[in-house]
Ligand binder design. Structure first.
Ligand code: HEC
Length: 442
């Protein structure tokens, strides 16, 4: 609990400093909602904090913000909101969301000045949101044929739904856009392909829509950022030159992670599929970094796991999907090139199971052959960890339930030279690199 206290202290200190600065003759510009605060909320918050979205209340108006000003100040200064977990300077990602120190400071000054509303003429127009498809009209629309009912109370639900997806001959998947009907309950969604027919059998055996799942995907995940949807996340097409061939007759399976809201709800999701005529010109694979040796005694506050791989060829790293469960605390991935200094690929120092995203680099990271990629994670199984589902803490081992633990990352890479692709499966010692899924050039 030391860090939140320190953060609060730092925020209070920053406030003191800024108040002192205000005292300088002639300077102080009044901070008002209309001029200073609304633009920050419009840019960083209302995407989720507006009616019908994931957040529990809107932050669209002066009244909305005034009522919760104190809480806004505390969650922004502690970097809890907007939810974005990676530490600044450790990789630069698409869709990164964070407040600058200056914006956090503005909120503090606004509070200190008594939360003035300001001049109506200063208020910018609220942002317009595309309520339709973000990527434009899809080529194929898949919709749950009937709503799935979620009870008011109880544990989170993992539910798998199976669809037939007929992709015409000569077409490839370029993007997929997931749209929940009820953002209050959909925590995240995963899109998979199942070539085994197993998912369909399980669905047929269960009379309700879909069938019960675990946190493990019910098939092979779609490549890259298409695999998962999390709140506030815009869909991204596959990188230039990459497209996904579809195996005729395969099933399309969607997993929903649903979170009871306190009243009975339903969900009926829609998925848009975007096609291209272009077969994959470049290959892309997801390499696995994983440490399954997890056996965490109760009370252990810093349990370390680690994994590494050495890249056999030059690659471009498209993105990274880190994964732990409830008591994960810290997650770091670092590149150690054969020459030169190590550099960070990702650092999360305040893991939150509820805010997992696929981190796609703003510009793909070039990693040369021989680069060692190291994952280091820390779990906190102490009673002080507010995310610990066991109070008092219990021994925790590797497993699929969210109360078990995991420690892994998918590193998504594309060979710089296609002719190197075959070597990507083998590391320099001749061992196998864990290739999770690959889109291969024809
Ligand atoms: C990606 C969606 C998203 C964005 C962007 C976002 N929020 Fe939130 N916010 C949530 C959700 C969801 C919750 C409910 C608690 C949770 O699940 O973490 C929440 C909760 C809160 C709370 C209540 C915290 C508590 O302890 O109850 C405050 C205050 C808040 N947000 C303020 C903000 C502010 C200010 C911004 C912008 C700077 C912002 N949020 C941006 C989704 C978002």
């Amino acid at each position: 609990m030391i860090r939140p206290i320190l953060a609060r202290f730092a925020a209070a200190f920053a406030l003191l400093l800024s108040c002192a600065a205000q005292g300088e003759p002639g300077t102080p510009a009044a901070v008002t909602f209309n001029k200073d605060i609304a633009p920050v909320l419009f840019r960083q918050c209302v995407e989720c904090h507006r009616p019908g979205q994931v957040a529990p209340f809107p932050l669209l108006t002066y009244a909305d913000a005034k009522k919760r000003a104190k809480m806004i100040q505390s969650v922004t200064s502690e970097h809890i909101m907007p939810p974005w977990k990676s530490v600044e300077g450790h990789g630069s990602f698409v869709g990164e969301r964070r407040l600058s120190a200056a914006e956090i400071d503005l909120i503090g000054r606004w509070m200190a000045q008594g939360k003035p509303e300001g001049d109506a003429g200063d208020l910018p127009a609220p942002p317009q949101f595309t309520e339709g498809w973000k990527l434009g009209p899809p080529d194929i629309v898949v919709k749950m044929p009937e709503p799935y009912e979620i009870p008011a109370e109880g544990r989170d639900i993992y539910r798998n739904f199976v669809f037939t997806l007929a992709i015409p001959e000569g077409k490839y998947i370029k993007a997929a856009e997931f749209r929940p009907s009820n953002r209050r309950v959909v925590h995240h969604a995963e899109l998979c392909i199942d070539v085994t027919g197993r998912a369909r059998k399980q669905d047929d055996a269960d009379p309700a829509p879909g069938f019960a799942g675990t946190s493990t995907p019910p098939g092979q995940l779609f490549p890259g950022s298409m695999a998962t949807w999390t709140p506030g996340r815009d869909p991204l097409p596959l990188p230039e030159g990459v497209s996904m061939p579809w195996k005729q007759g395969a099933d399309f399976v969607m997993q929903l992670h649903l979170h009871p809201s306190g009243k009975p709800e339903t969900e009926q999701s829609t998925i848009g599929i975007y096609l291209t005529d272009e077969p994959p010109r470049r290959s892309m694979v997801d390499l696995l970094l994983i440490d399954m040796k997890i056996n965490i005694p109760p009370g252990e506050s810093a349990y370390h796991t680690r994994a590494q791989l050495t890249l056999p060829i030059d690659v471009e790293t498209v993105g990274l999907f880190p994964h732990m469960h409830m008591i994960g605390r810290e997650f770091k991935v670092t590149a150690y090139p054969p020459q030169g200094d190590p550099f960070p690929l990702l650092w999360i120092n305040d893991w939150d199971f509820n805010w997992q995203v696929y981190y796609q680099y703003a510009v793909p990271m070039k990693l040369t052959a021989g680069t060692r990629v190291v994952m280091e994670a820390v779990h906190d199984n102490s009673a002080d960890n507010i995310h610990n589902p066991n109070q008092p803490p219990k021994r925790v081992t590797w497993g699929e339930q969210t109360t078990d633990e995991m420690s892994l990352a998918f590193l998504q890479v594309m060979p710089m030279r296609e002719e190197d692709f075959a070597k990507l499966r083998v590391n320099e010692q001749g061992g196998k690199l864990g290739v999770i899924r690959a889109v291969e050039r024809k």
